[in-house]
Design a binder for this molecule. Structure first.
Ligand code: PAF
Length: 282
């Protein structure tokens, strides 16, 4: 596995490879877990060469504390990447990516950026759009892979390549879960043992809401979820929303099995100071 820290060196290598080989790309912020590894394995199956980037992007954090505490496990990450057969890892510095102007570009993603995460994390999707656009320009992959745990981010990135007319196929990969159902996330490592123990409640509630949505309308299901969390001593609900998968607008009615548009339940919860998100197709 080759490790590159500068755009120039990475591009020198990619220029040679691109002539004959397909390039799959998995952008990450490091602290890799099995969820990331499944993206990399899929990229490996579908491409000749796999590039992974590790970059904790400062412009997508709305809280400085969250950025400062983001886990960094570079040595362990490199070892895992080697084991799954990653070909190239790109680990740039903030200066390499942003020079001295650590700012986001503003994007119009057609409204999906204002729903859910967009309401609670100011400027988050401008930051994501800025870094993913920059990384796509640098790597110029044929295909890029993103986890469905960040389903809204996945939809935003699909929109980004459309707006920017980038010839990159975006592939969404199913959520990887711990045995007890908790969606894998780099942030799980920061949970206290107490919060880690109760965190699978989030997925349990998602599964129960899926069942309820079969007979009850979305607003009723939402109220039921809110009530459940009000009673929970350790988990604080930020939002639970049932939304259309295509435009991410809140859906309030009853499930229509004949409709082509699917709904998904989205949730954000605080387990102490750690914010966890998850979603489930209904
Ligand atoms: O999902 C992530 O880890 C990040 O948002 C991404 C896509 C790597 C951009 O920094």
């Amino acid at each position: 596995m080759n490790v590159y820290k500068t755009v120039t060196n990475l591009q020198q290598e990619l220029k040679k490879l691109r002539q004959k080989k397909s390039i799959g790309f998995v952008p990450t912020m490091g602290a890799l877990h099995k969820g990331h590894l499944s993206l990399i394995k899929q990229a490996k199956n579908e491409n000749d060469v796999v590039v992974v980037s590790i970059f904790v992007n400062p412009t997508q954090f709305d809280k400085k504390e969250d950025l400062d505490n983001y886990p960094i496990t570079l040595d362990a990450d490199k070892k895992l990447l080697d084991e799954v057969g990653c070909d190239i890892v790109f680990i740039p510095s903030v200066k390499e990516i942003y020079s001295t102007n650590i700012k986001s570009q503003h994007f119009d993603f057609g409204g999906i950026e204002h729903e859910m995460e967009g309401k609670f994390r100011d400027g988050h999707f401008d930051g994501v759009g800025t870094i993913v656009k920059r990384l796509f320009e640098i790597v110029q992959p044929d295909t890029a892979y993103f986890g469905e745990k960040d389903f809204q981010q996945l939809q935003i990135i699909k929109k980004l390549v459309e707006i920017e007319q980038m010839p990159i196929k975006i592939v969404g990969c199913t959520i990887f879960r711990e045995k007890d159902g908790l969606a894998m996330s780099s942030r799980n490592a920061r949970l206290t043992p107490e919060h880690r123990e109760v965190a699978p409640f989030i997925y349990k509630i998602l599964k129960k809401s899926k069942k309820k949505f079969g007979t009850k309308n979305a607003s009723k299901v939402t109220k039921w979820v809110e009530k459940k969390f009000k009673k929970h001593p350790l988990l604080k609900l930020e939002y639970f929303t049932i939304a259309n998968e295509d435009n991410l607008k809140t859906f309030e009615g009853k499930k229509d099995p004949k409709s082509k548009i699917k709904q998904r339940a989205f949730i954000a919860v605080f387990a102490g100071k750690i914010r966890l998100i998850d979603n489930l197709q209904l």
